[in-house]
Every structure is written in C-alpha cells, then in structure tokens.
Design a protein around this ligand. Structure first.
Ligand code: ADP
Ligand code: MG
Length: 300
C-alpha cells in the first residue's frame, strides 16, 4: 500500500493495516470496448468517477450498463478489446478481482448470487477482514466484527436476523438489495458501483436503499465516490447525483446535471434514441467521430 501522506485524510485505525479514505481516488474509464463471446457490447465508453462524486448511469435495457459493471469487477466472461481503466492511477484491468475489492472498489450486482452454507455474518467477516488487510488465517476478532456489524445494522435499519441466514439464500428481491447495502456499508468502499440496486423494489424499499447510500456517503465525510446504475429515474429523487450519463448502444451519448434525469423522465429513452439517431446520422454524414466510437449528443 502506497503512503504518500499528503493525499490522505481521516485516520481510520480499525484493522491491522491503517486505512484512510483518499481524497484523490479516481476511477477513470477510457474508450472502453468490450465484448461477450463474439459480440461487441461496449463500443467506446468513457467515464470518470472521483472521490466525493455521485454519478448516475442510465440507459435502456441492453445498452451495456451491466456489461460495464462486469468488466470493472473483472468477470472473465467479458473481454476488453480496447481502452483502459485506471483506479487510483493504476491499471484496474490488470488487477485480480479480490485486489480490486481490497483497494476499495465495491460492486453490487443486478443479480446477486446466493451462497448456500455460508452465513451473512461469516461472509461479511471474511470480506471486511480482507478489505482491512488481515491475513487469511487471522480474521478480524469476533468482538470487533460484531461491534462493527451491529453499528451498521442499526444505522441501515436492517433486520439483524439476516446475519444468521445463508447469503442471499431464499432472500426476497428487497432483502437481497438490503443485504448488499449492508455489505457495502461494512466494507466502506472508496468507490461503490451499484447495478440497478433499485430495480424490482417498491417505492418504500427504494427509499431505504437510497437512504442507506446517502448515510454511507455522509459517514465517509462525503468522500465516497459512487456510480449508481439505474434504468429508472425514480431513485434519483432520493440520491442526488453530481452527474447523470445516458448509455446507448455501448456508449455514453449524453451527460448532464441532475436535471437530465428529470428530462429523461419526460421524454423517455425513445426521445433520446430519436435525438441520438439524428446526431449519429449527421456525424456519419460528415464522416467523422462515429467510427472512433465517440458519438456524443450535446444538450442545447
Ligand atoms: P443493460 O445492463 O444495460 O441492460 P447488459 O450489459 O446487460 O445491458 O447487456 C448488453 C447486451 O449484452 C445485451 O444485448 C445482452 O444480451 C448482452 N449480454 C450481456 N451479458 C451477456 C452474456 N453474459 N452473454 C451473452 N450476452 C450478454
Ligand atoms: Mg443491467
């Protein structure tokens, strides 16, 4: 772990390795082209998430949002063809998935898997021990873990009974999402990526998820960075994004302030699609940009 002191703040000495949230943490995605099997899905996606910023990534189904999340976590089924991703200035794509997690990148998936036979408590204790730099055979002490997890359970208003259950086994959609938020809160990521943590939830559950994210953001001293991937603008009523991006056919075709989400709510993805197609045709007509995978609809 590098230790250039001027880049750190808020000492947080709870594990064996001293952890501090960095102010300069950055996730830089540059012109990413990625494929699944033989199909190119991401066609030049670029996006930067910095410490303290909350980005919303929106877009219709099939536009490549989950593909991006999978590439960022290192899912081997997704091949990067071109482009790069830097995390804290290092090549993220060269890191093993567990190294990404240890370095403070957290990804909550759209379809979380269940782990029969492993309780949430044991899963969380192993995960937080790894995140805090403990050796594999010397986990965080039970007392310390319990203290930490109790505080988070209370903060997020999660039913503590969840800790004794097997990970995601038989969880309802809402319970899975809450378990993910709990996991995220325990790990205290520097950059959190949430893939449709809000989908399939009723309004009350969306509010709880959003409140959980907001509390984590506040308790990080507003230093956590987040990429909230969502199909629906509704969660953005409760989580105020710094920037909103719309993905379409594997590229980010427009970015804007929080109002873009409201606008999208009104014109819908069909409205964006129409504008995108028009711009794409014009750009193609001039014979530039499109082939470079950088079509951009700039809002007037
Ligand atoms: P989104 O999350 O925006 O709905 P996805 O990234 O899930 O979009 O999907 C983008 C495209 O990639 C879709 O056409 C989908 O069928 C395809 N795709 C995604 N994951 C896989 C996979 N594991 N195998 C085959 N095709 C996939
Ligand atoms: Mg998806």
């Amino acid at each position: 772990m590098s230790n250039s002191v001027q880049n750190y703040s808020r000492p947080h000495v709870t594990g064996k390795v001293e952890r501090r949230i960095r102010l300069d943490t950055e996730l830089v995605i540059k012109d990413l082209v990625a494929q699944v099997e033989d199909k190119v899905i991401l066609k030049g996606a670029s996006l930067t998430v910095r410490s303290g910023e909350i980005h919303a990534l929106m877009g219709p189904n099939g536009s490549g949002k989950s593909t991006l999340a999978n590439v960022l976590m290192g899912n081997p089924f997704y091949q990067v063809v071109k482009g790069e991703v830097l995390y804290k200035g290092e090549d993220l794509l060269a890191m093993a998935p567990d190294e990404r997690a240890r370095k403070g990148l957290f990804i909550a998936f759209q379809y979380p898997v269940s782990i029969p036979g492993v309780t949430m408590a044991s899963f969380l204790r192993t995960a937080v021990s790894a995140r805090r730099g403990y050796d594999k055979d010397a986990l965080m002490s039970l007392a310390e873990f319990q203290k930490l997890v109790r505080a988070k359970v209370e903060e997020l208003q999660v039913d503590p009974a969840v800790l004794g259950r097997y990970v995601n086994e038989g969880f309802s959609g809402g319970e899975k999402k809450r378990a993910e938020i709990l996991q995220m809160a325990v790990l205290e990521p520097e950059i959190a990526i949430m893939d449709e943590t809000d989908s399939g939830l009723d309004v009350d559950a969306v509010k709880i998820v959003a409140a959980g994210v907001n509390r984590m953001y506040e308790s990080s001293g507003r230093k956590m960075g987040a990429l909230v991937i969502t199909h629906y603008p509704r969660i953005l009523k409760y989580i105020k994004p710094t920037r909103v991006h719309v993905m379409f056919d594997g590229r980010i075709v427009t970015s804007g302030e929080a109002e873009l989400a409201e606008e999208l709510d009104q014109i819908g993805y069909d409205g964006i699609r129409a504008q995108y197609e028009q711009v794409a045709a014009e750009v193609a007509g001039e014979g530039e940009v499109r082939s470079a995978g950088k079509v951009f609809w700039v809002k007037h």
